[in-house]
Each structure stands twice: as structure tokens, then as C-alpha cells.
Design a protein around this ligand. Structure first.
Ligand code: F0G
Length: 480
């Protein structure tokens, strides 16, 4: 939510109060340099004891509500037939409108099942933009991901309100080129994660549905940030200004054949689910659930988390929940943009994305500017962000880097966790770093796993630039 002050200035406002808190600490810059060196300049490998603001992700780290904790306490722990699962299934039916649902341990487990069950020889999956784990699972089944975004989607600074839209003309071309029989499914991601959490419009979703129906294709919706996308439709799409988030969510969910999500985001717990109204599709997926996840009434999740998820499912459509991060992100992005910092615009539903390519224009993609920026930001602030650029792309089969379409450093904004003073601090340190960008150089891999290398890969700073950055910080700002 946001409120207008008497001065006319609009600010994000938290529609909750903190009644349980976790202490955090800001370790001195000397220790931050040591910590990032030990982490191989990879923010995934930092320990939280060394992190001040953890903006690595909004996954599994949102603040749960009092009612969600209560939902955990009275969960019915049973291997089979748990009453808590049926409460969750009822919430799914009431909120999303799906009659059939199965839990999975998290979003990527849903991706695994969908890619496995709907795999086709020489198959392809057109998507508005891939997510890292989605792509990995599709490729592990011998299939290929096709990115069918509008060209505008990769323009980091733009006033296009729906950069997450899929280009229907490109989709038709792909169908023409590969043939409908090779298309495993068409996938729409609600707020495209890797290109700045950008939403798609309802009109676009329905247009894609029409094409899928015309050619007999399955449409899959990744709703990990469903409610943020719905909130932004309400704010930006003509005809939806007076609809509630709950109404928009219901309408969106009525469009695809299959819905899945990481419940770690929208529902603020640790889990996921697959849902549909198509019993035949459900029955195709169901036998594999106990093989990889668990029995149908828990699917690899703890019943306590399912209890909290049932409550979170109903709470996530409350505009003060759906809009909590969105409004903070808008404040964050607009302030940086006004200060001339290269940041993805318009603000999306996931976090604030710095355009590392423009922030550090002297670093070539082969030296990973987005990874360097994430490490530099940690040294300058204790804030943990995430590389979303070439390090997040795996090498091709010949061992060459695959350059990312955009080099982004993402500061995720978890729901109901940080305050505006935290965001003001982040803005200040980003501005300081921008003014000292020349001190930051590239990175080089020291060790690199064969798949999803961004998780465990270790790098080193070219010319040991971290030391110079730390010295500049100490002399201009001080020890912390
Ligand atoms: N789909 C989307 C759009 C996601 O953002 C994620 C996770 C997944 C699927 C996979 O879900 O983590 O529960 O297995 N995104 C996290 C992130 C990891 O940091 O953005 P998961």
C-alpha cells in the first residue's frame, strides 16, 4: 500500500506491525572484504552473520503473519489424508479456482514433474522468459527453451508497463517452425524473474491462450509472483482499475491449463504446488508425485508448512500483502532512477534491478559485471544482492560462456521484512558505489560446477580490486 502525505509526496506504507523481530548486524568493511573473499566473490556463499540486509532473494524469507504461525501450530501431521492438506486444497479452490492440487517441496520440483511428464522428443517450451531452474529441468529432459518476449523486454530502461508480455507473432512463428506436436507446453511466468520482475497484462495472457487453443497447446502458468503481477495489472491495465487483487487473480488462473508456483514467494512459506481443473492432466502427473516428492497429501512438504500455506494462500490476495513489496520496489527504483543510477524501469514485482552493464560499463561481459557489482555492493554496504547476468547462464557444450541478454544485479525485496529506512540506506550506498564505479573491476572463475554454476562457483577479483574499494570506503565513510 502507499499513502499520500500532506506535502503531496506518496510513500509506501506498511499495513502490519512488527511483533517479533530478528537482530541483524552491520560488520565493519574490513570484515566484509574478508567475508566476500572467503565466499569466492559469490554472494550465495556468504554467511548471514556477515550480512546486514539480505536482499539475495524473496524466496522462503518473507515475514509470515501471526495467523500463518497459528496455522502451523494446529497442523494435522499425518502421512496420508491430513486434514491440513484438505484445508489447503479448499484455499486453492476458493482463491485460485482450481479443483485439483498437489503439493511439491518447492517450485523447481513442480518444474521437474512438468518437464518430465510432458517431455517430447526434440521438444521445445516457448516462454515469456525462462527462469534458471525451469530451463535446467527442460534441458535435462532433452528439450529446449524458446524465449518469446517482445524486443522491448530487454530494454532495461523503458516505460512499457508490461515488459513480461509474450509476443504472439513470435509464438505463431515458433509453431510454424517447430510444429505444434513438438511443443511440450507454452509457459508464462508471472513477473519475469530474470529480466526485472516485469508483469504481463491480462490481455496478453488471454491472447496467448487463444493461440494455444487454436493449435491444441497446453498453457502453463508459473504463478510464483502471481499476486504481484495481479496487483500491477490493477494499477496499470485499463479496465482493471476497479477490480480487487482477488478478482484479478481468479481471472488470471482461469486462463491456463496448469498452474504451478513456488510457495516460497507468494504464500511466504517453504513449499510449492501444481494445480489444475483438468483431471486428465492431473492424473498424468499424480503417479510421479510419490516417486520424487511424497504422498499426494503432503508432496514433500512438512504439514506445518502446508498449514501456513493454506493461510498464506488466502492472505496473499489482500492488497496490503500483494502490494507490500511492489510499493517498496517502486520507491526504491524511482529514487535511484531520479538520481541517474541505471536501474530497470518500470519498477517490477520482485526487487530493484541494477543494470550492471551500464553501472560498470568498463567491465566486459566475459568478466561478469553483474557478479562484480553484487560483490562490490556487499563490500560497500553489507547488503547481499544476487547476480542475474552471465554467471547465471551455464556454459555451452563447447565450454564457452553464454552471455546473458542483460547483466543485472538484483536486490530482492522480501515481503514485510524491511523498512523504508533500510531502503534509504541501500539507495545511499548504491549512489556512493556508482560514484566510485571505476574502482571495481571484473571477476574470474576459480572453480565452477557443471550446472547452475551461480550457486557454488568461486571467483576472484581481477587485480584484487576489493582492497582498493575497501580503502576508499574507509577514508570517505568510515569503518562500517
Ligand atoms: N519460478 C520462478 C518464477 C521463480 O522465481 C522461482 C524461484 C522458481 C520458479 C523456482 O522455485 O525456488 O521454490 O524452487 N526463484 C527464487 C529467486 C529462487 O530467488 O528468485 P523454488
Amino acid at each position: 500500500m502507499s499513502v499520500k502525505l500532506s506535502t503531496g509526496v506518496e510513500i509506501p506504507i506498511e499495513m502490519h506491525k512488527a511483533r517479533m523481530v530478528q537482530k541483524i548486524q552491520l560488520v565493519p568493511v574490513e570484515e566484509r572484504l574478508k567475508a566476500i573473499e572467503e565466499a569466492g566473490y559469490n554472494t550465495f556463499l556468504l554467511k548471514t552473520k556477515d550480512v546486514f540486509l539480505d536482499m539475495l532473494t524473496d524466496s522462503g524469507v518473507n515475514a509470515m503473519s501471526d495467523n500463518q504461525f497459528a496455522g502451523m501450530m494446529n497442523a494435522d501431521d499425518a502421512y496420508a489424508g491430513s486434514a491440513t492438506f484438505y484445508e489447503f486444497a479448499k484455499a486453492v479452490e476458493d482463491v485460485l479456482g482450481y479443483r485439483h492440487v498437489m503439493n511439491v517441496h518447492q517450485g523447481r520440483a513442480a518444474e521437474h514433474l512438468l518437464a518430465k511428464v510432458f517431455a517430447k522428443p526434440g521438444g521445445v517450451v516457448p516462454t515469456n522468459y525462462h527462469f534458471t531452474t525451469t530451463k535446467a529441468h527442460i534441458e535435462l529432459q532433452g528439450m529446449k527453451v524458446l524465449e518469446i518476449y517482445y524486443d522491448e523486454a530487454l530494454k532495461t530502461e523503458s516505460d512499457n508497463q508490461f515488459k513480461g508480455n509474450m509476443d504472439p507473432n513470435k509464438l505463431r512463428k515458433v509453431i510454424d517452425e517447430y510444429g505444434a506436436e513438438r511443443i511440450s507446453f507454452v509457459r508464462m511466468e508471472a513477473t519475469t524473474n530474470l529480466i526485472g520482475g516485469q508483469p504481463f497484462s491480462m490481455a496478453n495472457l488471454k491472447e496467448i491462450r487463444k493461440i494455444c487453443t487454436e493449435f491444441g497447446l497446453r498453457l502453463v502458468l508459473d504463478g510464483s509472483l502471481l499476486c504481484e503481477n495481479a496487483y500491477l495489472i490493477g494499477k496499470r491495465e485499463r479496465g482493471y482499475e476497479d477490480k480487487s487483487v482477488a478478482e484479478i487473480v481468479k481471472e488470471m488462473c482461469g486462463v491456463p491449463d496448469i498452474y504451478y508456483m513456488s510457495g516460497r514467494k507468494n504464500t511466504s512459506v517453504r513449499g510449492g504446488c501444481i494445480a489444475t481443473n483438468d483431471l486428465k492432466l492431473f492424473e498424468l502427473l499424480k503417479p510421479w508425485l510419490p516417486v520424487y516428492e511424497g504422498f499426494i497429501t503432503y508432496g514433500g512438504m512438512s504439514m506445518k508448512e502446508i498449514g501456513a500455506m493454506a493461510v498464506g494462500m488466502r492472505e496473499m490476495v489482500d492488497p496490503s500483502v500483494a502490494g507490500c513489496s511492489v510499493e517498496q520496489i517502486k520507491y526504491f527504483v524511482n529514487r535511484l532512477h531520479a538520481a541517474g543510477i541505471p536501474v530497470v524501469t518500470p519498477p517490477g514485482g520482485l526487487g530493484c534491478h541494477l543494470n550492471a552493464g551500464r553501472f560498470l560499463p568498463h567491465i566486459p561481459q566475459s568478466q561478469y559485471p553483474a557478479g562484480a557489482l553484487a560483490a562490490a555492493l556487499y563490500i560497500a554496504s553489507g547488503i547481499r544482492s544476487m547476480e542475474r547476468g552471465t554467471i547465471s547462464m551455464d556454459r555451452d557444450k563447447d565450454g564457452n560462456d553464454v552471455f546473458a541478454d542483460v547483466e543485472l544485479t538484483r536486490l530482492a525485496v522480501p515481503r514485510r521484512v524491511y523498512t523504508i529506512s533500510h531502503i534509504d540506506y541501500a539507495i545511499d550506498r548504491i549512489e556512493w558505489l556508482y560514484a566510485h564505479g571505476d574502482l571495481v573491476k571484473g571477476l574470474k572463475f576459480v572453480s565452477e560446477p557443471p550446472v547452475l554454476r551461480f550457486f557454488f562457483g568461486k571467483l576472484e577479483a581481477l587485480d584484487n580490486w576489493g582492497v582498493g574499494l575497501k580503502e576508499a570506503f574507509k577514508s570517505e565513510i568510515g569503518t562500517a
